[in-house]
Design a binder for this molecule. Sequence first.
Ligand code: CA
Length: 250
Amino acid sequence: MATPKEKITKVLIVEDEVAIVTLLRYNLEKEGFHVISTGDGEEAIKLVKDHRPDIIVLDWMLPGMTGVEICKHIRWNNDIKNTPIIMLSARGEEGDRIRGLDSGADDYMVKPFSPSELISRINAVFRRMRPSLSEKILEFSGITMDLTSHKVTRDGADVHLSPTEFSLLRHLMEHPGRVFGREQLLDNVWGHDIYVEVRTVDVHVRRLRKALNYDNKQPDLIRTVRSAGYALEENPEGKNYINDDVAAAE
Ligand code: CA
């Protein structure tokens, strides 16, 4: 079973100089990044398609395809064109920098540079382009919750939740598999200080289920546990719990 976790950022390094790859890999992995690498342009494009890295560190000078060609190729390909790219080059002239950025790179670094500078640039690209990636993300069975932007998706599609349903889902996603009674959910989600009718929980669970099951095809991941409460669980049999709510409430 999947558990809530911080999303691990996957970095693809495209560089034929083994010493540089080794140095970058060591430093990026130390920072918690997942690193894949290749020194070959064709292979790089295949890796981008197959592994969907969160960012590409792309050397300009490679045997075969150049970094600029790879960059353009990625930008022309609809499936992968939004992948951020930091281009590396031994050449530091202004014209090169502009050509690198014109080819579609998000940033450009001149060798030699320190690994810590690259890490700062990677984080800066994420802050600019994808603010959520440097922040906390919860994932469970196809549901992704970005706690910073409050964006929720299921199987890649946006799910629109009210603030209460968001808090409810967050609580369940932080404790997958655990059964919560309605009183517990009231305390944890609504807070101790306010009085809310316990049936309110059922209403919000029902709304949350409907929002998560936006096309009536996905299995219901919120299990109704009779006379106990609710739990976020995998549902491989595709059982529909929505009609059990009343029974659970008794
Ligand atoms: Ca090179």
